[in-house]
Design a protein around this ligand. Structure first.
Ligand code: SAM
Ligand code: SF4
Length: 338
């Protein structure tokens, strides 16, 4: 496909990262993300097919998207996950081949990993909030810590690097485990990253006061390691610190207390074909009518490209979580794609 101009918004931010949610379904029910019961699932008929995902991704790659991050819900619940990776990994943009990354809870990773690596997966982020089985069961409402640990062991033994482990820091839940989680990650050749909890839970129970902040996380880690900031963050969500001078490091994603909207280069596609220019956006751009209209390929590409640009051009400068007028998006994180 012919290259098109880069995706630049009205604040000069060039977009290079498209997060593709493959499903809103999940094998866990993390309290900060999904309700235990009564979740309103996306209609199965609206879920993008492999071909539809590939057609959108091809237009995005031509417009300078260099990284596709597959997420969900749980991306490994898609039966065609290996084929999704294979199809996207062969796309090329103006700067060459694209990179395919994935964020997963790790369950069933041992089974899929060889196929994913062979299909062209470049990087993995695995979520693990606690190393304690009972705490894991309460937090995710599923007794599957063992499966997640097996997934992390398989990833550590794979050639995929850098390997990152993600935890949402939560008061009265895992704040006592921050040091242990970092040591666990180091032991697996991975980087631990702590995420400030965001108001994206389906139950709308988030509160600013209860949130564990970047400062608290750094205080807890400083008691164990000397932390040296790593410069050159670019558009990355995580700030990084070397542990005792390196080579190991830890990351903090402080979306709430130290937002990084000014350098955001990310765009999202939900499993049901809605483009979103921000996690917290309350506006979506529906690609389904374009993808299902039966256009000739060239015409469809033009429509998809116009939609990408329309979405980008309406991107606000920041998410304004701290603003009294802030409205939590109607979708939970599992239906947006983290
Ligand atoms: N199921 C996969 C997983 O858990 O890694 C991928 C989807 S999940 C929505 C992606 C990331 O979003 C995970 O690292 C998860 O911890 C994070 N996340 C979910 N809800 C969040 C919230 N309310 N605040 C901060 N991070 C959240
Ligand atoms: Fe599932 Fe990931 Fe949400 Fe947990 S954070 S419920 S693993 S989608």
């Amino acid at each position: 496909m012919r290259s098109s101009p880069p995706l630049v918004d009205t604040h000069g931010r060039v977009h290079r990262d498209l997060r593709i949610s493959l499903t809103d379904r999940c094998s866990l029910r993390c309290t900060y993300c999904m309700p235990e019961q009564g979740n309103e699932w996306l209609a199965r008929t609206s879920i993008l097919s492999l071909d539809e995902i590939e057609r959108v991704a091809a237009v995005a790659a031509a417009a300078g998207i260099t990284t596709f991050r597959l997420t969900g819900g749980e991306p490994l619940l898609r039966s065609d996950i290996v084929e999704v990776v294979r199809r996207l990994a062969r796309l090329e943009g103006p700067d060459g081949p694209v990179q395919i990354a994935m964020t997963t809870n790790g369950i069933r990773l041992p089974e899929f990993l060889p196929g994913l690596v062979a299909a062209g997966l470049s990087r993995l982020n695995i979520s693990i909030d606690t190393l304690d089985r009972e705490r894991f069961r309460e937090l995710t409402r599923r007794d599957r810590l063992g499966d997640v640990l097996e997934g992390i062991a398989a990833a550590a033994a794979s050639p995929l690097r850098p390997l990152k482990l993600n935890a949402v820091a939560m008061r009265d839940v895992n704040v006592c485990e921050l040091v242990d989680l970092v040591a666990f990650a180091v032991g697996h050749g991975a980087q631990m990253r702590f995420i400030e909890q965001m108001p994206l839970d389906a139950g709308h129970t988030w509160s600013r006061e209860r949130m564990v902040t970047r400062e608290e996380i750094l205080d807890a880690l400083s008691a164990r390691w000397e932390l040296t900031p790593v410069p050159g963050r670019g558009g990355a969500p995580a700030e990084t610190w070397l542990l005792d001078g390196g080579p190991h490091s830890v990351g903090v994603i402080a979306s709430v207390t130290a937002p990084f909207c000014g350098t955001c280069d990310r765009l999202r596609l939900t499993a049901d074909g809605q483009l979103r220019n921000c996690l917290f956006s309350t506006t979506e751009f529906d690609l389904l009518p374009i993808l299902r209209a039966g256009h000739a390929p060239g015409v469809e590409e033009q429509h998809l490209d116009a939609m990408l640009r329309g979405c980008i051009i309406r991107k606000l400068p920041g998410h304004a979580i701290d603003d009294p007028s802030f409205l939590q998006p109607a979708r939970g994180m599992n239906a947006i794609g983290g």
